[in-house]
Design a protein. Structure first.
Length: 78
């Protein structure tokens, strides 16, 4: 398969520049960031509190869902 490229004139004031447009499927793959040597991210106190609040909210919502399911199954009477 041949690469499809086009030459387009850039909209510069002097009109002297050209650039090549390459379709992403025909382009060479980009180098990905290597994250193996990175350590764990340090959380601030605010982030830790927000994540704990989110965890509590999710536990509460799943508890309410379970309670409602048990009500609909008539295991728990209102």
């Amino acid at each position: 398969m041949t690469a499809i490229t086009e030459r387009k004139e850039m909209e510069l004031g002097d009109g002297s520049g050209f650039f090549t447009v390459v379709h992403p499927l025909d382009d060479a793959p980009e180098v990905k960031v290597d994250t193996e040597h990175l350590g764990p991210v340090q959380m601030t106190k605010t982030v830790r509190i927000c994540l704990l609040a989110l965890r509590g909210y999710l536990v509460l919502m799943f508890g309410l869902l379970g309670f409602r399911v048990l009500q609909l199954a008539e295991i728990i009477r209102p």
